[in-house]
Ligand binder design. Structure first.
Ligand code: NAD
Ligand code: UDP
Length: 316
């Protein structure tokens, strides 16, 4: 019986994906160097005979895997843009560029060698600060190639180019998934992303920090819905495809702050801080393609997802 490899398996999305695969009876090898993830996310799985964790930096190379490999999910990369967080990709510029380039190369070579399917976790950030909305996969984006966010944006764009090249030149069966803002339990408390920041601030009674006026928009997908899409993209015939995954319902950051404040019953004050450089003004996925190819249909709306996420943060 073959295994699925999840690079970045101790991260926020990765640990949910690992559990989903184990739940359906798959064998899983998670590889992670814990640079932004946490062993706590997966340590409860250590006794499971179908689960193996390998602590390894995939920039440096991959561990030897003797088993047949059915599929490789490449989720390994710092993912938070918040320069105030010690876990942001801005705190790890080289690591971010290299894991999306060299790390991707190593995993693509493993896919080639093993005849395994490869899924690259790309991002809506490849669209940069988009001047079209909603964003379709055919949009080439509006990215500042030298700004503070470029270590991530261009790293992901390079990872996409490399993946597309392995499909064309080496006939690797690969799919590129552009993930839009995803949230839920087991986000890191200090990762600086807007949902975790607002919930923490609201629960602690601290000021809730809106960057800029708060009229910029994001579309928030609950992690369970996202993982359903990732698994379908691995299982179905998606060779060479580029597919957006996210929840298309768009909210302003101000609306999000008000929802979190209301849901937590917090007395926190909402304050405004400076908008970070190159902060995208809008983000909303066009998921027509995901619906058609994957039957993707996110079920958990923001109110329900926030309730679940708030319960998790309360439990910490
Ligand atoms: P995360 O930081 O929680 O998870 C990433 C994991 O990768 C971490 O556990 C980290 O330790 C590991 N990692 C990083 N560099 C590594 C290396 N060199 N070797 C081995 N492991 C390494 O972030 P996440 O939110 O779970 O994101 C997972 C993937 O999805 C990332 O590739 C991210 O770019 C992408 N993505 C996430 C979102 C989102 O909203 N969460 C949006 C778009 C794209
Ligand atoms: N943001 C905010 N307050 C915070 C953290 C983030 O207003 O404490 C804003 C940020 O400027 C951006 C949006 O929320 O406009 C989403 O930020 P996040 O870091 O979650 O992800 P992004 O979509 O920018 O990658």
């Amino acid at each position: 019986m073959g295994v699925y490899v999840v690079a970045g398996g101790a991260g926020f999305i990765g640990c949910h994906l690992v559990e989903r695969l184990l739940d359906r009876g798959d064998q899983v090898v998670a590889i992670d160097n814990l640079i932004t993830g946490a062993e706590d996310n997966i340590s409860h799985l250590y006794g499971n005979p179908n689960f193996t964790f390998i602590n390894q930096d995939i920039i440096k190379g991959l561990p030897r895997i003797d088993a047949e490999v059915l599929g490789i999910f490449h989720l390994a990369s710092p993912a938070s843009p918040n320069a105030k967080s010690p876990k942001s990709y801005i705190a790890f510029p080289l690591e971010t560029m290299l894991v999306n380039s060299l790390g991707t190369l190593h995993l693509l070579d493993l896919a080639l060698h093993k005849g395994a399917k490869f899924l690259f976790a790309s991002t809506s950030e490849v669209y940069g600060d988009p001047d079209v909305s909603p964003q379709k996969e055919t949009y080439f984006g509006n990215v500042n190639p030298v700004g503070v966010r470029s270590v991530y944006d261009e790293g992901k764009r390079f990872g996409e180019a490399l993946t597309a090249s392995y499909v064309r030149e080496s006939n690797v069966n690969a799919v590129i998934i552009r993930i839009f803002n995803t949230y839920g339990d087991r986000m890191q408390v200090d990762d600086g992303r807007v949902v975790s920041n607002f919930i923490n601030q609201a629960l602690m009674g601290d000021d809730m920090t809106i960057y800029g006026k708060g009229d910029q928009t994001r579309s928030f997908c609950f992690v369970d819905d996202l993982v359903t899409g990732l698994v379908s993209a691995m299982d179905r015939d998606t060779r060479g495809e580029v597919i957006n995954l996210g929840n298309p319902k768009e909210f302003s950051i101000k609306e999000l702050a008000e929802k979190v404040k209301h849901e937590t019953g917090s007395k926190s004050k909402i304050i405004h801080e400076e908008l970070p450089e190159d902060d995208p003004k809008q983000r909303k996925p066009d998921i027509t393609k995901a619906k058609k190819l994957l039957g993707f249909d996110p079920k958990i709306d923001l109110d329900e997802g926030l309730k679940k996420t708030i319960e998790y943060f309360k439990s910490l």
